[in-house]
Design a protein around this ligand. Structure first.
Ligand code: AFP
Length: 340
């Protein structure tokens, strides 16, 4: 089996080579290559650490809470530092926005007129760290306005302005999935070569799938439309049109199944006082990047009412409800008036 795996990699296309020959991207290829070289390094560092985390004792909590009131895992903090280290010499990236930092981080030395901001969740699904479950890293890149200050108005613009979006999945194999506006490509880390090798190019999400992912235990907190949608997809009697549930608690890992096989991931809002549904997942570094991947692959991402990529943020840690995946299932959800 080893010989066969090795044979398949012989002559494989590395991420670097694939980028250098890419056409039609929303960002100049030279800038794309410089930024993705850093993301690739980050992916390798995190993949290496996660593979050994069970030995190194990096599990558990730091005892602190983050800006969102959540307990901080040691790996969250460490993963954030990996990004800070990588982009210290990360020209042309001059700003970082992270789930793990209250405020943006700026590198004034990397700040020519032609510069970018990277938005990221370093360790997505961190509750999986203690059980050796799948984890992810989600990222997006936006252009900084020429002559910008430390203000971030130019970054709060809608996700349609993202130039690169993607995620890294740490499962049995580590994979890097990204788009620069010219299709979605998937690379798998060959640990012996230390290279991300092209696995699938210009991936298309099936228009229909037969799996859904949701934290169903929250259903009692949703509005009527979301509950009716759930009742609808769980009440199908005949095998051909019925759905199965799969949920692993890491957005990127759950989404990955739908990118490849179709279906729908939902995190409906919880109805708060005044009847407005409040989402849990974050717009800038969870929802918008994966919505760009979904759309580039022919799928969709919406709050149930509005296209995720058209939402301008009012703050960097803003949250929204999400329905994302195959076009058919997302349209079905919308038909139930899921966000009221
Ligand atoms: P973090 O691990 O980055 O804080 O985020 C996890 C997450 O936002 C997302 O990845 C999961 O899909 C979701 O939370 C799981 O949440 P529940 O435990 O509420 O289902």
């Amino acid at each position: 089996a080893n010989a066969l795996a090795g044979e398949q990699m012989a002559g494989g296309t590395t991420l670097t080579r694939h980028i250098m020959t890419k056409r039609g991207t929303a960002i100049p290829v030279a800038d794309l290559a410089l930024i993705m070289e850093r993301i690739e390094l980050i992916a390798k560092r995190i993949a290496r650490e996660l593979a050994a985390a069970g030995l190194s004792g990096e599990h558990g909590y730091t005892g602190e809470t983050n800006v969102q009131g959540e307990q901080v895992k040691k790996l969250d903090q460490w993963g954030n530092q990996v990004f800070l280290d990588a982009f210290e010499q990360g020209y042309p990236v001059c700003s970082l926005i992270s789930e793990e930092m209250d405020e943006p981080h700026h590198y004034s030395v990397n700040c020519p007129d032609n510069s970018y901001c990277v938005l990221y969740d370093p360790i997505d699904g961190s509750s999986n760290t203690d059980v050796n479950g799948s984890l992810g890293t989600i990222f997006a890149v936006k252009k900084r306005a020429p002559g910008h200050s430390h203000g971030i108005e130019d970054i709060l613009v809608p996700g349609t302005q993202q130039l690169i979006a993607g995620y890294i999945l740490y499962g049995p194999a580590a994979q890097l999935i990204y788009t620069a506006g010219a299709g979605v490509d998937i690379f798998t880390l060959d640990r012996t070569l230390g290279e991300f090798i092209l696995w699938k190019e210009n991936v298309k999400m099936p228009a229909h799938g037969s799996v859904y992912a949701v934290n169903q235990a929250n259903a009692g907190k949703w509005n009527e439309g979301a509950r009716k949608f759930l009742a609808h997809i769980t009440s199908r009697k005949d095998k051909r049109t019925s759905y199965s549930l799969r949920y692993c608690g890491a957005f990127a890992a759950d989404f990955h199944r739908f990118l490849l096989e179709g279906g729908i991931y939902l995190y409906p809002g919880e109805v708060a006082e005044g009847g407005k549904a409040k989402g849990k997942l974050r717009l800038m570094y969870e929802l918008a990047p994966l919505s760009m991947i979904a759309e580039q692959a022919g799928g969709r991402g919406t709050t149930g009412k509005k296209r995720i990529l058209e939402i301008a943020a009012t703050g960097i840690h803003e949250r929204h409800p999400i329905y994302i995946g195959s076009a058919e299932e997302v349209a079905l959800a919308e038909s139930f008036n899921v966000e009221g």
